[in-house]
Design a protein around this ligand. Structure first.
Ligand SMILES: Cc1cc2nc3c(=O)[nH]c(=O)nc-3n(C[C@H](O)[C@H](O)[C@H](O)COP(=O)(O)OP(=O)(O)OC[C@H]3O[C@@H](n4cnc5c(N)ncnc54)[C@H](O)[C@@H]3O)c2cc1C
Length: 227
């Protein structure tokens, strides 16, 4: 990747959001797997406009981009093995709305899963998907990996709670799919196509999630089986 691409991105989104020093780049070279490669550039996106600007340049210049939440994946998904740009979305982390009447929440994708769960539970509501990494992982990573934990047995996984997505496609175009309503059945179900796409189909920037009422009580069961 040439210095002119870095300069183009810096002029579009500002120098403070772009890392170029080797010490900084090496911090974004790995995840929770054993894979590693130092990226050529790291962008700390703070808004959807930042994501759009970076993808437009990368698309035109044919540079690979790896979206990154908090890199808790265990399979090298955010190690930039093809080189290029690591696009960190951790700072896009606002809960925009908790809609108690419609039992939905709209938020940005860098929100940490446990923070989101605590926020909705304070309102008497419940968001079940519980990957064991929930204190550190992001909702964006959860959507991209369709994550789930023990509660999946009773409540389902992330996919079952995603009603709508704002996604920036590889060419920088913004795609809005789904919405607040459960009966959103016209056309292809692109939202569910995007869930689990592992960052390959676009960068998620905003999501609408389904909430349920907070259970009054909970019990954990362990069953042992002879075979
Ligand atoms: C101790 C530990 C326990 C774990 N337990 C579980 C578990 O119980 N269940 C489970 O499912 N997983 C588990 N994981 C794996 C991992 O935490 C989850 O897959 C989690 O959803 C990843 O979130 P993240 O924010 O760290 O995403 P990252 O690791 O940063 O990214 C994961 C994938 O999502 C893509 N991505 C991230 N953000 C975006 C975005 N905004 N738009 C588009 N693509 C994006 C990345 O490119 C990558 O392909 C565990 C990991 C650890 C370390």
């Amino acid at each position: 990747m040439t210095g002119s691409i870095a300069r183009e991105i810096i002029s579009a989104i500002g120098k403070d959001k772009v890392l170029t020093e080797i010490e900084e780049l090496s911090c974004y070279s790995y995840d929770c797997s054993t894979y590693q490669r130092i990226p050529e550039l790291v962008v700390l996106a703070k808004t959807t406009a930042d994501v759009v600007a970076v993808l437009k340049v990368a698309h035109r210049q044919k540079v690979p981009v790896v979206p990154r939440g908090n890199a808790t994946n265990l399979c090298g998904a955010t190690a930039p093995l093809g080189g290029g740009i690591v696009l960190n979305v951790l700072s896009t982390n606002k809960i925009l709305e908790i809609d108690k009447e419609n039992l939905t929440a709209t938020c940005q994708l860098g929100v940490i899963t446990a923070d989101f769960q605590n926020a909705v539970e304070a309102e008497g509501l419940f968001y079940p998907p519980d990957p064991a990494s929930l204190q550190f992982c992001t909702l964006g990573g959860n959507v991209a990996f369709d994550s789930g934990g023990p509660r999946a047995v009773k409540y389902g996984v992330t996919r079952n709670y995603v009603l709508g997505l704002e996604t920036v496609l590889a060419n920088g175009q913004i795609l809005r799919t789904g919405g607040k309503t459960t009966k959103d059945v016209s056309g292809y179900n692109l939202t569910q196509l995007l869930v689990g796409s592992e960052g390959a189909l676009g960068v998620f920037t905003e999501m609408t999630l389904k909430l349920i009422g907070k259970p009054e009580a909970k019990r954990t069961l362990i069953c042992s089986c002879d075979n």
